[in-house]
Design a protein around this ligand. Structure first.
Ligand SMILES: [Zn+2]
Length: 117
């Protein structure tokens, strides 16, 4: 199933929290870098330009959710971002909230679905 594309600024406002959580999720798993994250988000249907993503990473770093450092990979210097301890804590809390929202969003569908048996 193809996901609807994310592009308008209206969508951007609506989904900005989801995008931040997505970034935080990946930064908890491994060091991330801007272009890699743009590709990852594109895979999920979110089309972000570097001009949108980098300020987002910077603001997450300013809020101490991420910490960046320079890393040399294949002879290239790249700024990589990792989740901080407070970033991990924030993600753990956010997961509980997402689960709750998820339950509510899909509750009606579950009730509407005809019961088996
Ligand atoms: Zn992902």
């Amino acid at each position: 199933m193809k996901r609807p594309d994310f592009n308008s600024s209206h969508d951007q406002q609506l989904y900005s929290g989801l995008i931040r959580l997505h970034i935080l999720h990946h930064a908890c798993q491994e060091p991330i870098f801007g272009l890699g994250m743009i590709e990852e988000l594109r895979r999920h249907g979110y089309k972000l330009s570097p001009g949108t993503l980098y300020p987002l990473l910077h603001s997450m770093e300013a809020k101490s959710l991420l910490r960046s450092s320079e890393s040399t990979q294949q002879g290239r210097i790249r700024r990589v971002y990792r989740a901080t301890a407070s970033g991990r804590k924030a993600l753990a809390t956010a997961k509980l909230r997402v689960r709750e929202l998820f339950g509510e969003l899909f509750e009606e569908e579950q009730h509407a679905r005809p019961r088996k048996r």
